[in-house]
Design a protein around this ligand. Structure first.
Ligand SMILES: Nc1nc2c(ncn2[C@@H]2O[C@H](COP(=O)(O)OP(=O)(O)OP(=O)(O)O)[C@@H](O)[C@H]2O)c(=O)[nH]1
Ligand SMILES: [Mg+2]
Length: 316
């Protein structure tokens, strides 16, 4: 695990985000600098800018919006690359602001607050559960973890390790058990222990999509049997390196379950961080947090201004 302090000061965090997004921003910074060596903003340059934003995964709609705003302010005027990046960062922060909603376990009449984690295999569900467990236990909450990915033996072991690391009990059943039965028992057990939060892990891949859909539906059904409002949050975890494929994943999971928010992982080292902006624009789902590393403290609240400026390679 990382040796850095658990509460790095803001500057440290910003520097890390910027470093994490450097592969994404490099392309934009170089591209924009290449277009502007102090010259007038003309139609051809605007078109090239729009293409550049699309290539950086920000999406067609966002690219059009950003360049249209820029044209309104600066068409036929002399602009520098720095001015263009600052203008884009300001607009991007505005697009992101409404979706930046932290995931806070609410006080519910019948504890615990139940969070169901969904997402394709390898997206970072189990790791994100560990990170949230660290955050929330640190805030004084009693957290219980449910090893709902009963499909893979290693998945149960992985969650057990996170349980030990964060001091949270892990409710599990032998590999191959019914995931819904596990979820049911976990809620009973979490209640008995007076937990504030129950974090339920799920399998990312089963034999096929229909099997996954059935399993998730069944897990939700049995949770509701005990608590009609559960799960109180259904978080879709997305791998921030997959780029445009994230759109299909959101669509597929929204067809299966009532996704209430997103967490985007692996933004450290992703060249495709622009996808977060495209998702904000097209899906309108809350983005709760972003993952910037594999350690327990590497989950950060989603901050629109910091994210937008990092993406555009702007120093704080
Ligand atoms: N660099 C980096 N790696 C991450 C991040 N989040 C998760 N990972 C790594 O990604 C890999 C997959 O993460 P898991 O948490 O196992 O993903 P999962 O969604 O539970 O996968 P399945 O259980 O197979 O469905 C692991 O090696 C994690 O350490 C992140 O924010 N940054
Ligand atoms: Mg997992």
């Amino acid at each position: 695990m990382s040796a850095e302090p658990t509460t790095p000061e803001k500057k440290g965090w910003f520097a890390r985000l910027r470093e994490g997004l450097s592969k994404s921003s490099r392309r934009l910074v170089d591209g924009i600098s290449g277009l502007f060596v102090k010259r007038r903003l003309d139609a051809a340059t605007l078109e090239e800018l729009e293409d550049l934003l699309i290539t950086a995964d920000l999406g067609v709609e966002t690219a059009a919006k950003l360049t249209a705003n820029l044209a309104r302010e600066k068409f036929d005027k002399e602009v520098t690359g720095d001015e263009v990046r600052a203008a884009f960062a300001a607009d991007i922060a505005e697009i992101l602001a409404p979706v930046a909603v932290p995931l806070e376990p609410r006080e519910v009449p019948n504890k615990p607050f139940v969070v169901l984690m969904v997402g394709v295999n390898g997206s970072g569900k189990t790791t994100t559960i560990g990170k949230l467990a660290r955050q929330w236990t640190g805030a004084g909450k009693k957290v219980v973890l449910a090893a709902g990915d009963t499909f893979r033996a290693a998945a149960i072991e992985q969650l057990r390790v996170w349980g030990e690391r964060t001091g949270c009990p892990v409710i599990e059943k032998p590999h191959g058990s019914d995931a819904a039965a596990l979820a049911y028992d976990a809620l009973v057990e979490a209640r008995a222990r007076g937990a504030d939060v129950l974090l339920v892990d799920t399998a990312g891949r089963l034999q096929n999509k229909a099997a996954l859909m059935d399993e998730l539906a069944k897990v939700i059904r049995v949770l509701k049997k005990q608590e009609p409002d559960a799960p109180h949050a259904t978080v879709l975890v997305l791998d921030g390196t997959v780029g445009q494929n994230a759109h299909q994943q959101v669509k597929a999971f929204r067809e299966m379950v009532d996704v209430t928010g997103l967490i985007v992982t692996k933004l450290d080292g992703s060249a495709r961080g622009g996808i977060v902006v495209a998702l904000a624009q097209s899906q309108g789902l809350p983005v709760h947090a972003v993952g910037v590393g594999e350690g327990a403290d590497d989950l950060r609240p989603f901050e629109p201004r910091a994210f937008a400026r990092s993406l555009m390679g702007i120093e704080e």
